[in-house]
Design a protein around this ligand. Structure first.
Ligand SMILES: [Zn+2]
Length: 329
């Protein structure tokens, strides 16, 4: 490896080709080594792409179980991008837990939890709170506290009338964690079930795009198809709302083999004409999927892979981004 990195990698910071070569030649260790050198180089300072690369680096260091380095990188990312503080601290808590340091993890989770609860109930980031609870349950191993947090968020969220799909997403994980820990809360089970059912009844006919949830996935209109469907009056709203609805509905499904099936408007219309079904009905879109096990896109993608929705952005920066999901229509 050369002692000095080429100027070509900087201004603007673009490591893609060099990283590909490093990973090909020397595997993960070589790729991580290159990232570490390049991001420590003064020429990378202030570059708009720095935060994204730090993000890749902290995850890659974690994959190599170099948790102390991954934590240091995540803290540097917070310095570069202060707006990501809460999300990164949540990741840092997970790294501490994976590193066997439950005490540090717990301290951070409680601090973030207190900040979450300080916000007004209608504007809280419930998905960020879900991430905290999941780290508490799945990495720290404290399912009891996780369930307590989720139950509190569910009651607060329902009282604040937040979107039912958000409640469904939180409730799915609450039930899963309860089951794992042999806990039961039948009163809350009934309350959330009523709320979600009432939300589905009133929301689906208005937002025609909200597809029928199935046990194994959802049909999806890619951006160009969505525009066509809207021209034909089959759907309303914005494409971002469609993506958000699908992501939240997918998160609410019981985990298992979940897929997203992109559908074409031309096919929908032809199918509806041939069968006499309503082309605006999500059920019709679902009926169009011939072999649910074969087609479509597996969900969820890895956090650093391309998003399922086709924007070409990383999943965690696109449809899984808490800020995106929290913007409920
Ligand atoms: Zn996306």
């Amino acid at each position: 490896m050369p002692t000095t990195l080429s100027d070509e990698l900087f201004n603007p910071l673009d490591l893609e080709d060099a990283l590909e070569a490093a990973f090909d030649e020397g595997g993960d260790e070589a790729g991580v080594a290159l990232l570490e050198r390049a991001l420590a180089d003064p020429r990378a300072g202030g570059d708009p792409a720095l935060a994204d690369y730090l993000d890749v680096l902290t995850e890659a260091q974690a994959d190599l179980e170099r948790y102390d380095d991954a934590i240091a990188t995540a803290y540097r990312l917070i310095d570069v991008e202060p707006g990501e503080r809460a999300a990164e601290l949540s990741w840092i808590a997970q790294l501490h837990a994976r590193n066997g340091d439950a005490e540090s993890a717990t301290a951070i989770l409680y601090e973030l939890r207190a900040e979450h609860q300080a916000g007004a109930p209608v504007s809280r980031d419930y998905l960020h709170a879900l991430e905290l609870a999941m780290t508490m349950a799945d990495h720290v191993g404290d399912q009891f506290t996780a369930v307590e947090w989720l139950a509190d968020d569910l009651r607060t969220g329902m009282a604040a009338r937040v979107d039912f799909s958000l409640i469904a997403a939180l409730d799915g994980h609450r039930r899963r964690i309860e089951q794992e820990a042999a806990l039961v809360d039948k009163a809350l089970d009934a309350e959330t079930a009523r709320y979600i059912e009432a939300g589905r009844r009133t929301t689906v006919p208005q937002a025609k795009v909200n597809p029928a949830a199935t046990a194994d996935g959802l049909p999806y209109l890619p951006e160009a198809e969505f525009a066509q469907a809207r021209e034909r009056g089959l759907v309303g709203g914005e494409h971002a709302d469609h993506r958000r609805e699908i992501e939240l509905a997918l998160q609410a499904l019981p985990s298992g083999k979940i897929r997203v099936w992109p559908v074409e408007v031309g096919e929908v219309v032809a199918f509806a004409e041939a069968t006499g079904l309503d082309p605006a009905s999500p059920g019709t879109w679902r009926d169009l999927i011939e072999d649910p096990d074969e087609g479509g896109i597996a969900w969820p993608p890895n956090r650093n892979d391309d998003c399922w929705c086709g924007t070409g952005r990383k999943y965690k920066k696109c449809c899984a981004a808490p800020a995106f999901l929290a913007q409920l229509p």
